[in-house]
Design a protein around this ligand. Structure first.
Ligand code: C5P
Length: 218
């Protein structure tokens, strides 16, 4: 078992930005488990399945192999041998991932891949259930959160900067809905592990959050 840092929290709390920087600082591999759920979501969409078709999603899991590889230190997601990293951030993919991640077959499929990675390498792994379920014995556990308002504002600024038109109220409502689905699902719901350190990034800079996590590793 390698050294592991688990970072969980709701959408838009800044997990991936922070986790990447912590991984770089420590020389660990960064494992974005959300990208794996998105990878499976790409498969379901390619199969023409709709998010509400739970049985089809469950049955279709057996036809999908999601793997992670590092190219130039950057995580790439492979679906059945094809690099599909460029598709992961699409809106339809995010929505399918949010809904399909509540299905037991989907979670079981990815759990083993995630645990194997942590056995083989020192990792910074981020997601929703890392500290509670995937790596209950992680060396450091962080629950990274921020107010809905802060998270929606960050997302709004990010999209606006890319020239993508968006409505703040819609982003806030979407984030609230995804949080609710993650927190209320039956298996591996999003919650702070009892031994995780709570970090609220609402009034912190990225570098302050990174420093706080590095401090926990000492
Ligand atoms: O973090 P990201 O938005 O990329 O994750 C996509 C979806 O995957 C989330 O909406 C969440 O429902 C799900 N997820 C999960 N467990 C994880 C990571 C992500 O259920 N460990």
């Amino acid at each position: 078992m390698g050294y592991s840092i688990a970072i969980d929290g709701p959408a838009g709390a800044g997990k991936s930005t922070v986790a990447k920087l912590v991984a770089k600082e420590k020389g660990f591999a960064y494992v974005d488990t959300g990208a794996m759920y998105r990878g499976l979501a790409v498969h379901f969409l390619q199969e023409g399945i709709l998010p509400e078709e739970t049985d089809k999603i469950a049955a279709s899991c057996k036809d999908a192999e999601v793997n992670i590889a590092y190219e130039g230190g950057v995580q790439q997601i492979y679906l059945n041998g094809r690099n599909i990293t460029a598709k992961l951030r699409e809106e339809a993919v995010g929505n399918m991932a949010s809904v399909s991640s509540a299905i037991p077959q989907v979670r079981a499929k990815l759990l083993e891949v995630q645990r194997t990675l942590a056995r083989e390498k020192d990792v910074v792994m981020d997601g929703r259930d890392i500290g509670t379920n995937v790596l209950p014995n992680a060396d450091v556990k962080v629950y990274l959160t921020a107010s809905i308002d802060t998270r929606a504002k960050r997302r709004y600024d990010e999209l606006t900067e890319k020239g993508i038109p968006c409505v703040y109220e819609e982003i806030a409502a979407d984030i609230a809905e995804r949080d609710k689905r993650d927190m209320e699902r039956e298996i591996a719901p999003l919650r702070q592990a009892t031994d995780a350190v709570l970090v609220d990034s609402s009034d912190m800079t990225i570098s302050q959050v990174v420093q706080a996590i590095l401090e926990l590793c000492r």
